[in-house]
Design a protein around this ligand. Structure first.
Ligand code: HMG
Ligand code: MG
Length: 306
């Protein structure tokens, strides 16, 4: 077994901010369109290279993001930043193209029951829908990102077969996605399991095309990120304030907080290009709008150096 000093750390890591989408989709409080826009504009000023700004799903399913078009057309676009959004189907893509997002993020699960509860379709019926979205988004000059949820466990079925994860991942790559984000939807993964899963996946997929998306429900997200980095992964999704959760995955709480991840990477000398003070300020802003203490440790610690 390797000691911490013998692990392989990358020189730089890409943090993808998913707070405006994953963070807000599960909140009871409706953050006003104006506040969402102001918050995303702040995030654009932090140096973060990619922001998932909203979701073009059915607003009846996710009322918190019903203002997707207004948000996407209201924000200032900073050159060099990828403004991404979730797109479940053709109807969502039409709205996403109208709002001119840079990237469509298609999503599905590796487990049948979560897929059914989340997007109202069995797995086999989901593939052709996402394939059409990917094809049309690419034809419109957009990049396409893929998500596979419940990689490390399903809230309804428990353990998920790695063969199902591989099948979904291969099919999404065949559709033309540029990157696949592996979702620990309910924050159940542990570092040993992450090693085992990546060991298998990295025999088939390039580490540069994989991202990890850890929810921090049980406090294991940073440990999981450490082993992922050791295995060559350099892209991680995170959410300012530690906001987040899937309304169709009982018990799923927030993503790893972007500022907690950044604190760790900065302290380890791993480059991200993100300014911690500005990120904390964006976290404070959204905490105030949500009106409750968010789970981020660095937000509660208060001081930059503490
Ligand atoms: P459906 O009800 O099966 O859709 O929803 P349908 O095609 O049968 O249409 C039914 C109605 O929905 C129609 O309206 C459509 O117009 C409307 P009606 O005639 O009844 O008035 N509709 C839409 N409206 C607006 N935009 C659309 C759209 N599509 C249909 N795009 C659908 C299927 C997928 C849309 C629905 O199930 C849905 O919106 N689900 C959302 C689920 C969701 O957003 N979950 C959270 C995100 S995933 C996640 O958090 C995991 C992730 O973070 C990774 C991880 O952590 O693992 C990504
Ligand atoms: Mg998520």
């Amino acid at each position: 077994m390797l000691g911490v000093g013998e692990m392989n750390w990358p020189a730089s890591v890409t943090i993808k901010e998913v707070g405006p989408r994953d963070g807000l989709q599960n909140e009871k409080v409706f953050v006003s369109t104006e506040d969402k826009i102001a918050w995303i504009n702040q995030l654009s000023g932090t140096g973060i290279p990619s922001i998932e700004i909203t979701s073009f799903v059915n607003p009846k399913w996710i009322p918190a993001l019903a203002d997707a078009v207004e948000v996407a057309t209201g924000i200032e676009r900073m050159p060099g930043i990828i403004y991404s959004a979730l797109v479940p189907n053709r109807q969502g893509l039409e709205r996403a193209l109208e709002a001119d997002v840079d990237e469509a993020a298609v999503f599905m699960s590796a487990s049948e029951t979560h897929n059914q509860r989340n997007i109202n379709k069995p797995l086999r019926a989901t593939f052709p829908i996402l394939s059409e979205v990917a094809q049309e988004a690419l034809a419109a000059g957009k990049s396409v990102r893929g998500y596979v949820s419940t990689v490390f466990g399903c809230p309804y079925e428990g353990p998920v077969s790695i063969d199902e994860v591989i099948r979904v991942a291969e099919t999404l790559f065949e559709m033309g996605i540029g990157e696949l984000s592996l979702g620990d939807t309910i924050g159940i993964a542990n570092p040993k399991q992450v090693q085992d899963v990546l060991d298998i996946l990295l025999k088939r997929f390039d580490a540069k095309k994989l991202a990890l998306h850890f929810h921090d429900t049980r406090g294991t997200a940073l440990a999981n990120i450490l082993v992922s980095m050791d295995m060559g992964i350099t892209t991680f999704d995170a959410s300012v304030g530690g906001l987040g959760g899937c309304p169709y995955a009982p018990g799923a709480s927030g993503n790893v907080a972007s500022e907690d991840l950044l604190y760790m990477l900065d302290a380890m000398g791993i480059h991200t290009g993100v300014n911690r003070e500005k990120l904390l300020s964006a976290a404070r802003f959204i905490q105030e709008k949500i009106g409750r203490e968010l789970p981020s440790r660095n937000l509660q610690a208060g001081s930059l150096n503490g």
